[in-house]
Design a binder for this molecule. Structure first.
Ligand code: CP3
Length: 353
């Protein structure tokens, strides 16, 4: 395997010394980039991009051609997993993702099982192809949705603002939800391990909707299943540690609990002070994130000031991977993203001397 030319991201995840704070952006390959929209038009659809290793490689590299980012992330989607389970993913124009066969009755739920991983071979092929194209420039991140976040889409049949069906099941038939979560946890473990085998050098679990749960339910229905996954992951490849990042959006009040499940890094949205977060998690884990994605709508000078504020709040030393607190908006100006990357690289150097 090619030697990494820039491993700053991997070192920061392990709290090893770095020269500057590394940065990547959630959803860095996406609609805010005109070149992404052009490739998506050529591919015909979003799933056309995901299922073709050539297209997936092309769009994964697009943000890296524009900005000196410190990591690449596999271009795919968390919903390819329930699609492989037979739920029938489709993207209705202007409506976001939908499932043709959501999990609504007990028979369908009891029939749910871990899918054959060859249904997701296109993802593993994309990982190998991207690794080859990167040629050691920066590390490649693999990812999956958390069992609970996947369950939200599988049960609701698409996006939701109240999680009506999920909550009804959680409060009246918790054993059915536990069955779905157990199948999801085993599937995600196998899926992430296969991404690591194909060449992913770090992996992130996206728990976008765990923060919609009550304090007690979060631990029982989201965190416990992420813990199962972390315990089952391969942690080394090519003689190097494969760090795991766990990101619960709106999970700021559970940082100590999240830091205790065995991951190397905990993702933060923008609602928690990163300095206080650092004090709370101690030496246990690194932290990733904290920049409000919509702060990119401010001027380049304001973006730089906000980046400086976060770097100062984190303070001296390694263990911070700069990122947005959630995915970049499709309305963001690529020039503003460029200003953020440059500001983080420049302003963070004094914190690593
Ligand atoms: O970060 C990256 O650049 C990697 C690619 C990536 C995508 N989705 C591409 C995508 C990643 C890591 C995801 C994760 C994902 N997908 C999550 C978890 C993180 C989060 O954003 O909360 C979730 C909940 C999904 C489900 C999903 N996929 C939704 C709700 C939508 C539609 C709404 C939206 O924001 O666009 C998608 C589609 C999707 N996934 C797009 C991209 C670039 C846009 C599709 C398009 O080109 O039209």
């Amino acid at each position: 395997m090619t030697q990494l030319k820039n491993d700053t991201f991997l070192r920061a995840l392990l709290k090893e010394p770095v020269e500057y704070t590394p940065i990547w952006m959630m959803r860095q390959a996406g609609r805010y980039l005109p070149e992404y929209r052009a490739t998506r038009a050529r591919a015909g659809s979003f799933m056309g991009l995901c299922t073709s290793p050539d297209f997936a490689t092309e769009v994964t590299l697009q943000p890296l051609e524009r900005f000196p980012l410190d990591a690449a992330i596999l271009f795919s989607d968390i919903l390819t997993v329930p699609d492989a389970m037979g739920l029938g993913l489709y993207f209705a124009e202007g409506e976001g993702p939908k499932f043709a066969r959501p999990l609504r009755d007990e028979t369908a739920i009891r029939a749910l099982s871990v899918p054959a991983l060859d249904k997701l071979q296109y993802v593993f092929d994309a990982v190998s192809s991207i690794r080859k194209a990167l040629d050691g420039r920066v590390p490649l991140i693999g990812f999956s949705g958390s069992p609970f976040t996947l369950a939200c889409y599988m049960i609701e049949g698409g996006g939701s603002d109240d999680f009506r069906h999920v909550k009804a099941m959680l409060y009246s038939r918790p054993e059915l939800l536990h069955h779905i979560l157990a199948v999801n946890a085993q599937t995600v473990t196998d899926y992430l391990n296969a991404q690591i085998d194909a060449g992913a050098q770090a992996v992130q679990i996206f728990d976008t909707w765990g923060g919609a749960l009550s304090h007690a339910a979060y631990k029982e229905f989201s965190l416990a299943y992420m813990q199962r996954i972390v315990a089952g992951l391969k942690r080394e490849a090519d003689g190097r540690r494969v760090p795991v990042i766990v990101f619960t959006k709106n999970g700021g009040q559970w940082l100590e609990d999240i830091a205790a499940i065995g991951a190397d890094c905990v993702g933060l949205d923008w609602t928690t002070d990163i300095g206080l977060a650092r004090a709370r998690v101690g030496d246990k884990v690194a932290l990733q994130g904290n920049f409000d994605p919509n702060a990119l709508f401010g001027s380049p000078a304001a973006i730089e000031a906000e980046a400086g504020r976060i770097l100062t709040a984190y303070g001296q030393g390694s263990g911070h991977v700069f990122n947005l607190g959630h995915g970049i908006s499709q309305h963001a100006d690529p020039e503003h993203a460029a200003a953020l990357v440059a500001a983080v690289h420049r302003l963070s150097r004094p914190f690593h001397q």
